[in-house]
Write a protein that binds this ligand. Structure first.
Ligand SMILES: [Zn+2]
Ligand SMILES: [Zn+2]
Length: 161
């Protein structure tokens, strides 16, 4: 995988049993699609958009996936805190599953050349001070830039992007 250098240890084979176990652990109903969606996100080397996820599911044993069902399952994973949603400046939502229960908010990197989004390690980005009586729900930080792979290709391929 060309882009795996950022998280070399995070690309993992995830079994159905492991994915189902994580869902059961939070007391949620298990459906075949839920397990498949969660497993695919867990195994992905970077956050996936809705179409990318659909493609991977359909290429797997899961087979054809209804767009709306997929959307609902993704929403559900985000609501339960098992996955997070990232909005980059291209307005495409991408989804990534938390690999462990203690995962917290972290910044993301959006490559403007290949348009992929990567989860960055947690960092101590300070929360801006809020006016009195304002409360934060979440803070999204997306760094736009050029990833290592595209940086290497830039001199000869820049015109193709
Ligand atoms: Zn890139
Ligand atoms: Zn992330």
């Amino acid at each position: 995988m060309a882009h795996s250098s950022l998280h070399p240890t995070l690309t993992a084979e995830v079994s159905d049993a492991e994915a189902a176990q994580r869902l059961r652990a939070i007391g949620q109903r298990i459906t075949r699609l839920r397990v498949a969606v969660f497993k695919t996100l867990l195994a992905a080397e970077q956050p996936l958009s809705h179409p990318e996820l659909q493609q991977r599911l359909e290429a797997s044993e899961t087979g054809a996936v209804d767009r709306v069902s997929l959307y609902r399952n993704l929403e559900w994973l985000v609501q339960t805190g098992l996955a997070h949603r990232i909005t980059a400046d291209d307005r495409i939502w991408r989804f990534s599953a938390h690999r462990d229960e203690t995962a917290t908010q972290h910044p993301h990197f959006h490559c403007v050349a290949c348009r992929q989004v990567f989860c960055l390690p947690e960092s101590s980005v300070p929360t801006p001070p809020l006016p009195a009586d304002y409360s934060m729900i979440e803070m999204e930080l997306v760094v736009n830039g050029v990833c290592a792979q595209c940086g290497k290709e830039a001199p000869k391929k820049a015109s193709q992007h």
